[in-house]
Design a protein around this ligand. Sequence first.
Ligand code: FAD
Length: 376
Amino acid sequence: MQISIWEKESFYAPKDVIIVGSGLVGLWCAWHLKKKDPKISIAIIDRGIIPTGASTRNAGFACFGSVTELVEDASRFGEDNMLQLVEMRYKGLQRIRKVFKEPAIDFELCGGYELFPPNHTRQRSELEHETERLNKLLHDITGKKRTFKDASKKINELGLHHVDYLIENKLEGYLHSGKLCQALLQEVQGMGVTVLNAIEISGFEKVDDNVVLYTNQLIHLKAKQILICTNAFARQLLPDLNIVPARGQVLVTSPIDDLPLKGTFHYDAGYYYFRNLGNRVLLGGARNKAFEEEETTELEITEKIQQELEHFLSTHILPGYKYQITDRWSGIMGMGNEKLPIVKEVSSGVFCAVRMSGMGVALSPVIGEQVSKMLT
Ligand SMILES: Cc1cc2nc3c(=O)[nH]c(=O)nc-3n(C[C@H](O)[C@H](O)[C@H](O)COP(=O)(O)OP(=O)(O)OC[C@H]3O[C@@H](n4cnc5c(N)ncnc54)[C@H](O)[C@@H]3O)c2cc1C
């Protein structure tokens, strides 16, 4: 098949910026670039028929970190980095709520919780001390005296089992990840961004003042600047980046009459996460039960992890209930030896915004803003 002159001069015409990857990061980058300069020409390319990374396959938590996650982040990456990430995530959530009407993306400020079983390794006094310390540190970011507070009295009300202690964060919520991506996609297309699907970028090269992108199709594309937003898959194009793929598996139950569960829930330093989806339960995680096997970009589910999730479901969330598992899937996160995303110019005219460390829903609007300041 040959390319017509019409195709060459419209869909495939050279652009100011080509973004590789139409997940939340690529889309928010396009949104901010267009807001800053409506005349800039942008194309977003994705190899999937729809965005097929983590953005449409996650749990839809609009969160900025549980107590144990933030304590661990501070000890591993330093307190400043931990606070920087919380601030980015918090601001990102505010941006989402500013741009989109809450019902359009099923956003609800339902409250987030972290739960602890009776035999948890941390003493309750230690957790209380850490909560208090974090509340002081986060005060400037959230404006709340007590971002986190003991909500153990709600354990029965929420129908949780084998749980001894519960910490609540009323500033967290959930949303519909598919509706958010779709709404953002429609928004950027309305701003004049060209979106091309089912094209895989296999490489790129700087030629004179442009960057040429090679694809798995007959065409190659050309832009003054390119921005790689392929998160967990970024090493395919940028092999030197410190990014490790981490698969996350999820399941969803059939509807359950009078489901008491309401909110987003984190357990075991965030390795398990669950929420209600109307009167169904969405549960994901257990990656820590098979770290090596889950260090993959294969979008598969495994019996081992799915069984572990089902066991968790019947122990902590739905013992005694009748339900079926109606949906199962996986998505790939981009992790690394640091938790801050990689947002930089890799070489002349080539930029990247990748490694969202499993926090991209909240981070992506702020990353988009950073990128729009970097690209000119
Ligand atoms: C199971 C699971 C649960 C999660 N839960 C949450 C949550 O509740 N809250 C939260 O904040 N975060 C969550 N995350 C993380 C969050 O979804 C990600 O951080 C975020 O979606 C990353 O967005 P992105 O745009 O950087 O990458 P992605 O959404 O992965 O997008 C990358 C895109 O690049 C495309 N691509 C890759 N290579 C190429 C190529 N060579 N050419 C063209 N296109 C290419 C892919 O098709 C894909 O669409 C979760 C992730 C998973 C997997």
